[in-house]
Ligand binder design. Sequence first.
Ligand code: HEM
Length: 453
Amino acid sequence: MVSRFRVPTAPGGLPFVGHTRRLSHDPLAYLRSLRGAGDLVRLRVGPRCVYLVTCPALTRRVLVDEARSFDKGAMFDELRLGMGNGLVISGGAFHRRQRRLAQPAFHPARIDGYTRAMTRRAGERTAAWQSGVTLDLTRELDELTLDILLDTVLGDSAGAVREDVLRWLSAKSGVMRRVLSPLSAWRARLLRPGPARPLPVTEDTLASLRALLAVEIHRGRLAPVGGGTEDMLSVLIAARDPDGVTGMTDAELTDELLTLFLAGTGTVSAALAWAFAEVSRHPAMERALADEALRVLGGPRPATVADLPELQYTERFLREVLRCHAVWLLMRRTLTAVELGGVTLPPGTDVYLSPDILHHDPGSFADPDRFDPDRWLAERREPGAQGARGAYLPFGAGNRRCAGDGYAWAEMALVLATTLARWRLVPGPGNRPRPRVGTVVRPERLRMIPEPR
Ligand code: HEM
């Protein structure tokens, strides 16, 4: 049993809704304020109790030491209805097997190969911008990151699924809102739940997308092994279990492809959008990034994988972007009774974790609200930036750590350097980047005008 007296309850709860009003109005400020309330804090979503972890040590216990005692929780149950059991969603032995089979697709040598799509797409898209014409930069980045991912995953067949993937990605948004909705929580508590169904719009879109992916998987299976195909789907098809014979079924491959479309697009485009939002707020940093890009690239050409080791300020800048604009909420649910912070949580308890809270802890990062890429210089010796305390977790930790972190770092650096070597982006009319909170936090209304350098 959880001892109600030992876990502080977060301030600001209301009858019926619990803490959801606070969580929906400026959730980042609210969550950050809870660090002072305790290492483990109790919140209510309608009638449902959830436990929020606010310190690095307990975060590590949940994500790493006790990882096998948790699954991912209610949001992922809902996602599973439409998306199947891909890496982000699955659990237990099945997840371990899928993760092992997927590992070769994320090997650093493979990622080097995928960067060709990043270089080409970033070069093409930024070359098509017109001087003086205002860009909806968030949308540009959504499309760019989607095109890069589809090229990576499906190679020449990317165009065949693009429209369906776009439709599906926009249809399934809002899942985080539903999980944090007090109404949904009360409905689940009071009404006998009928058979769970995904949203109808998602169902239609998914059926069509799954049919297209079945064609691509069939085509991939017929392609000669080692026929020079470099796309991720070919690597996933070729992966074998330890018996050397079996591999992923068509259904498993489809689920993993859907998972990659979800996990590998909005996350990167949000991070890049924040990078450009910070560029627009800090002219001296913009200058430093552009100077570095021009020095390394020698002019306005697309950056390649060979340029990455020299883009060191760009790397520090992006580290800081992912510190200041991290994933705000990770979710877990206990599978067995788990002792955490001196209390025992029964099976089925929701536990929330927040890289964003850890990244804004002054014990780990000096003056944490300040955007300062140079805090990542070794001589500054900031504990959080030097890896101490496990306080920097933009990609999570443990057995569920992001599979695409190397991919994401390369993509962000190549897109940022390619863009800034060609264009100076100045804030356009209506540019008021404000955080919009979904499964990730992204800046809305990022309107920039490209001017040639
Ligand atoms: C800046 C970009 C990205 C960020 C901030 C990010 C963040 C994360 C985080 C925090 C997790 C762990 C979630 C949890 O513990 O509940 C995760 C998982 C995952 N990410 Fe990423 N991600 C990014 C880009 C990508 C890309 C580009 C891909 C694929 C190409 C990808 C694929 C995955 C997968 C497959 C998982 C599930 C891993 C598992 O559970 O085994 N991510 N990501």
